[in-house]
Design a protein around this ligand. Structure first.
Ligand code: SF4
Ligand code: SF4
Length: 349
């Protein structure tokens, strides 16, 4: 049943992963040199299931890769052959484990974004074919604000199973029918969770929320009206003077999804590939059109675009804000531009 919570030992959790690995590729936090990143795991034992903090680079790349060949084509004398990559993508079943609540919500946002009037089969197929196993954070980084963004510390939806680390065991919560099916097939690994276990979990959630409340940040959903009425504010010029238009904030953001599409063609024009690559609304080239006109020449209009897209346009387009409060953009910005400070400045409380 959805919402049901069981208990599983760490060894049995890895056994569950081993069983899933028989017909899925496993993606999770793995150590690469001195860093932990989301990557395909060669062996289940490599996966650091409850890595305590959210990882700097989000799992977005497994749904919307930084660069991907959508299809290749070959022009024959009287025909054109198209080799679409979608078939390959459809065959790949994956488990993504170790995802924190902010990133789970970001995958939901990607799904809503790519499933509107135009349905992107590449992104949507990857999401559909991925079992998502989330895990509760054990620590809050100074830049986290998932609570105010409404994306955490416990996700409402967007994953199949959700883990909470107790001292030696995990609680495992059913979050979807797919998650239920997985547990039904592996009942031998599960134990009953006691009411004390659930209380411990609830205390962990309360503590995480308490720590984030110290941010003194309004709920992000409240920013809509204030931003709409502040479009001409002088403050945007101040941010424009600081911003280097490097695009780092876009590239680490789990919900930024703008891309460019171009063809790479052989010199004899007989072969080609259609490529999709991440782009950034901070780049001058982003709004350059065929005639050479650039619609967002001023840096202030570009920084405004990112903030308005997150907190206003996204609400208009998909019904939710598209900032999940992961704090990654705050962490990487070389000009110390902090989206929380922008919100505090504009939202009248
Ligand atoms: S990371 Fe900072 S400096 Fe770079 S584009 Fe984003 S806001 Fe501007
Ligand atoms: S805008 Fe910043 S804090 Fe919000 S989801 Fe993107 S990277 Fe995270």
């Amino acid at each position: 049943m959805l919402g049901e919570i069981y208990k599983i030992t760490q060894d049995d959790l890895y056994e569950l992963l081993k069983r899933l690995a028989r017909n899925h590729k496993i993606i999770g936090p793995v150590k690469k040199g001195s860093r932990v990143i989301f990557d395909y795991a060669d062996k289940v034992s490599e996966v650091l299931v409850d890595y305590d903090k959210r990882i700097l680079l989000p799992p977005k790349k497994f749904f919307l890769p930084p660069r991907e060949v959508l299809f290749e084509y070959e022009i024959l004398e009287n025909d054109v052959i198209i080799r679409d990559r979608l078939g390959e993508i459809s065959r790949e079943k994956r488990v993504l484990i170790g995802v924190k609540s902010c990133d789970i919500t970001s995958i939901e946002i990607l799904k809503k974004t790519f499933d509107r009037h135009f349905k992107d089969p590449y992104v949507l197929t990857r999401i559909k074919n991925t079992v998502i196993i989330g895990v509760m954070c054990r620590d809050v980084s100074p830049t986290c604000f998932c609570y105010q963004a409404g994306s955490g510390p416990l996700p409402r939806t967007g994953c199949d199973l959700f883990l909470t680390r107790l001292s030696d065991d995990y609680l495992i919560e059913v979050k979807s029918e797919q998650g239920q099916r997985i547990l039904n097939n592996n009942k031998d690994l599960l134990k009953t969770a006691s009411s004390e276990d659930i209380q411990i979990r609830n205390r962990i959630i309360d503590e995480l929320i308490e720590r984030m409340k110290r941010n003194n940040l309004p709920e992000l959903a409240e920013a809509y009206d204030s931003l709409v009425s502040s479009y001409e504010s002088e403050l945007w010029n101040m941010y424009a003077e600081k911003c280097l238009a490097c695009g780092k904030c876009n590239f680490v953001c789990p919900t930024c999804h703008c891309f460019d599409v171009h063809d790479e063609v052989s010199l004899d024009f007989r072969y080609g590939a259609r490529i999709r690559e991440w782009d950034s609304c901070h780049f001058l080239s982003f709004t350059r059109v065929a005639s050479g006109e650039i619609f967002r020449k001023d840096r202030s209009s570009r920084i405004k675009q990112r903030i308005y897209h997150k907190l206003v346009y996204s609400v208009n387009d998909i019904g939710v804000i598209s900032c999940v409060g992961c704090g990654r953009c705050v962490e990487v910005c070389p000009a110390s531009i902090d989206i929380r400070e922008v919100i505090r400045k504009f939202v009248r409380r």
